[in-house]
Ligand binder design. Sequence first.
Ligand SMILES: Nc1nc2c(ncn2[C@@H]2O[C@H](COP(=O)(O)OP(=O)(O)OP(=O)(O)O)[C@@H](O)[C@H]2O)c(=O)[nH]1
Ligand SMILES: [Mg+2]
Ligand SMILES: [Zn+2]
Length: 394
Amino acid sequence: MSRKRPSRKVRVEFRQNRQVRRRADDWTQRFRADQERLEDVQTSESVRAKGDLSRKRTVIVGDDDQRVVDEALWRPGRVTKVHGLFVYVTDDEGRAWECTVRRVLRTLLIQTRAPVMVGDRVWLSDQARVHDGRPVGVIERVEPRTTTLSRRDIRRREHAIVANAEQLLAVVSVAQPRLRPHLVDRYIVAALKGGLQPILCFNKMDLAAADSPAETEDAEEEADGANAGLSVHDIVAEFRSLGYRCLCTSVVSGAGLDELREVLRGRLTVLSGQSGVGKSSLLNAVQPGLQLPTASVSAENEKGRHTTTLAELMPLDFGGFVIDTPGIRAFDLWAVAPGELEACFVEFLPYIAQCRFNNCLHRGEEGCAVGAAVAAGAISARRYFSYLKMLTEV
Ligand SMILES: Nc1nc2c(ncn2[C@@H]2O[C@H](COP(=O)(O)OP(=O)(O)OP(=O)(O)O)[C@@H](O)[C@H]2O)c(=O)[nH]1
Ligand SMILES: [Mg+2]
Ligand SMILES: [Zn+2]
């Protein structure tokens, strides 16, 4: 497989971590590459003896700027947790490893702020040592990611959360903390942007009073009446009508847990949601052996206590993997272009082509078909205001 990929040699600055120098990719290079590779694997991180050259080394990389897989010396696995410089990996035989990342790999992957993420498929080399009861390995290669869930950190940079998850279970609670439908809209956008299938989980249904209205997001929406008077059931019904799968769960009554198991079975799912909504509790409920720590929500401000502090991937007894993540206050959208946002609102799609201007952003432009559909009641005002709110941020 990957052995046949065209490879070439690159010179990598060993000290300065910011430069990757590439040689011309001519056929002589390719011809020599295979031979060089053999030498290279034996002296995996050899550095030249003296002078300036000792700061550079030659590595063989494939199309994706990463080292060519060596199935004889490396073993495949999946990253379960990243803690500082340590990366925890479970190999394909189920053995848990404690790894560091090959320096040169950090250099090659410097563009992505997180060279290795939870969920990554990696190749590691055995260091023939044991630490804390785990064999020690070095990550030599990260496979290309099929999906990435990212958000924007406080410095407005990409903060990657997990790689390769197939679906995002967006967990919200219907009370304690109160339901904020705008957050659900955000999770949907983040999932679609990263290539994940969004699934919505409304937890703590045992606390839902039949007619308790959802929280109004802010004064602006209150003034527009976009959110007012919507019950939990109205909100769930709205997301269902848009075609999203919605689970209504309760760890207390057990409602919805069988359906949750069915959704998780055989898939790689990342759970995301504010602190205190019950992500870890739900996972404990579907698989008690996980014994994840949970903590009560503060009574005065209805905020969770940030009990889960690191994203962690865990296998499920009934098949599949879950990634529990720490609660985040808000899901700031990463790198969504204004024109991309409309595509994440599925109910806008039939109208977009009918707007008078083809670069219409649907915020009151003349001849906007989306705006007309909102006025006619064909698009929910709540969702439309949610869109406008996100548009001001992207
Ligand atoms: N009434 C009720 N309480 C629940 C339910 N699910 C979870 N809780 C409670 O909500 C609190 C927070 O649960 P956690 O599972 O720690 O929440 P979390 O989403 O993992 O929070 P972080 O790890 O901080 O992000 C705990 O006191 C749980 O017992 C539920 O379905 N109903
Ligand atoms: Mg938790
Ligand atoms: Zn428009």
